[in-house]
Design a protein around this ligand. Structure first.
Ligand code: ATP
Length: 514
């Protein structure tokens, strides 16, 4: 684990050194959990967004996009439940002055018991070999049975407290289970308080009586409140979806792990409206479709898993996360939720407008049910970055740092380099840039030795380097070097376009999904 943490630190500094991600307001010592994307980061991020957008809107003729405003009528957040219930329970340790989410402290304690159980099971499995019966072992081994009953009791007490919103009980659980602050090691805890995660601001001048508005904590509500507009103007028939990419804001209590948990982030959400009763079928459909979207990037199928929710929000009737194996463990990147007709019904109630669908086949009106797919752009970015990063030992004893980015999302697709800065090679190289730049993000680089130039491109994940040498002037051929294999071959300039296109085009990625 320590080794993995080391790797993660290196990835974070690599992201800065090569213009992917910077701390926000760095020259003023930064702003916690807010980040800026640099010259390469913005390209990678845009490519990820384009991949998602095209997969949704081009491959599904019944999905359309919108771009709703960040500011919305404050009653929307009352209707959605965010004003009353978008809270995290927080607790402070008086000695370390550190703030924690009480629920996370308890979940960590449950995870620790799970680890103990798994350790015992693994030991026994080794001892018994083929004949090992996990279920039987867990029932009959006294120590494991004790751990399991302790875990179950804690889990039950915890979920009762969460469901009842009982903050005193949450604190009592922390005390009864001897949960200590990881920094100070003490049990000197404050009471647990509810903390609403929405940022507030004011709209209008105070003389007019300013209105409190919220920075949206999710993009989904912008879709729900436009359901009627899109359905009517687009003549949409069920089932159909509305997709949106945009910023969201949450005043997270503990912001950790770089861009994994930020206070300003970006979401890609799609709400799929279906006939009541068909929601679970569509839930299964979107589970499969979304996982296939992730896997098509080729970052390794074993790095993904579903995590089905045991505890469902009161309005949901199914929910799962797609988790990705980050250097700090499997973590949620995307959520897929069956939200029933909760949101549309709430907006109908609070707005007083009829928000329904007239079904011409059944000749009746009803409120559609909704399946939501919700993915964080930044978490997706982080998963791509982490799985691409490699410090590779080379045969000649050197090491190179390379980002094995999926070619269609790489910020730069090819770099064109004259071998030397004279004899007409730069001019020839520029001509090649000029012929490729309309279709591919292309860079020209003539500084430093060719080896150094290759390393620079490896470090930002450029799939192809094209070198122009003296032979190019004679026969119009260049060498093309492949990032991952470092293999080089000689090709005709006129073949470059097709060769690059085959590897880097988003189309080939999308075709895998069709
Ligand atoms: P978590 O449990 O990690 O706080 P969540 O379950 O609250 O996440 P959702 O409300 O389901 O998250 O949001 C959908 C997606 O938005 C998440 O899967 C994640 O990718 C992204 N997301 C949510 N909160 C943040 C954040 N603070 N920073 C970056 N991305 C986020």
């Amino acid at each position: 684990m320590a080794q993995q943490e080391d790797v993660f630190k290196k990835i974070v500094s690599h992201a800065k050194e090569y213009g992917f991600v910077f701390q926000s307001s760095e020259i003023y010592d930064g702003l916690a959990a807010v980040y800026d994307y640099g010259q390469n980061g913005v390209e990678l991020k845009n490519n990820i967004k384009r991949y998602w957008w095209d997969a949704m809107t081009l491959l599904h003729e019944n999905i359309v996009g919108i771009d709703s405003a960040i500011f919305m009528h404050p009653t929307i957040w009352k209707a959605s439940g965010h004003v009353d219930a978008f809270n995290d329970p927080l607790i402070d340790n008086r000695d370390s002055k550190k703030r924690y989410r009480a629920d996370v402290l308890i979940e960590d304690a449950i995870a620790k018991i799970d680890e103990k159980i798994e350790k015992e099971v693994a030991k026994a499995e080794k001892r018994f070999g083929e004949s090992f019966d996990r279920e039987m072992f867990c029932k009959t081994n006294a120590r494991v049975a004790e751990h399991i009953s302790k875990r179950d009791a804690l889990h039950q007490r915890y979920s009762d407290a969460m469901n009842a919103n009982d903050l005193d009980e949450l604190k009592q659980i922390i005390i009864d289970n001897d949960i200590v602050c990881p920094i100070s090691g003490t049990r000197n805890w404050t009471d647990v308080r509810q903390f609403n995660l929405m940022f507030k601001t004011e709209m209008g001048s105070t003389a007019d009586g300013a209105m409190t508005v919220y920075l949206r904590p999710e993009t989904a509500q912008g879709i729900f409140v436009n359901y009627l507009n899109v359905q009517k103007t687009g003549r949409m028939r069920l089932p159909f979806g509305i997709a949106q990419i945009g910023k969201a804001f949450r005043n997270e209590i503990v912001a950790r792990q770089f861009i994994f948990r930020m206070r300003e982030f970006e979401q890609m959400e799609m709400q799929f409206f279906v006939k009541p009763g068909e929601e679970l079928k569509w839930f299964e459909y979107w589970k499969q479709v979304r996982l296939a979207w992730h896997k098509a990037l080729g970052m390794g199928d074993q790095k993904y898993r579903y995590h089905d929710h045991e505890k469902l929000a009161h309005y949901a009737n199914a929910a799962t996360d797609i988790e990705f194996e980050m250097p700090f463990g499997f973590k949620e990147v995307e959520g897929i939720h069956s939200r029933t007709n909760f949101d549309l019904s709430q907006h109908e109630k609070y707005s007083g407008k009829k928000i329904q669908y007239f079904d011409p086949e059944k000749n009746e009106s009803y409120t559609p049910y909704v399946i939501e797919t919700s993915i964080g752009v930044d978490r997706m970015f982080l998963s791509v970055l982490c799985s691409s990063y490699e410090e590779q030992a080379l045969e000649n004893g050197e090491t190179r740092v390379v980002l094995h980015l999926p070619a269609p999302v790489a910020p730069v697709k090819c770099a064109v380099m004259p071998l030397v800065k004279k004899d007409g090679l730069p001019e020839k190289a520029r001509q090649i840039v000029d012929s490729l730049k309309f279709d591919f993000a292309t860079r020209y680089d003539e500084k430093d030795s060719i080896g150094k130039r290759y390393r620079r491109q490896d470090a930002i994940g450029t799939p192809f380097c094209i070198t122009v040498d003296h032979q190019t002037l004679e026969d119009n051929t260049v060498t093309i070097r492949h990032r991952d294999s470092m293999e080089q071959s000689r090709v005709k300039i006129e073949d470059l376009h097709e060769l690059i296109h085959n590897e880097v085009s988003l189309t080939s990625l999308l075709r895998k999904l069709a």
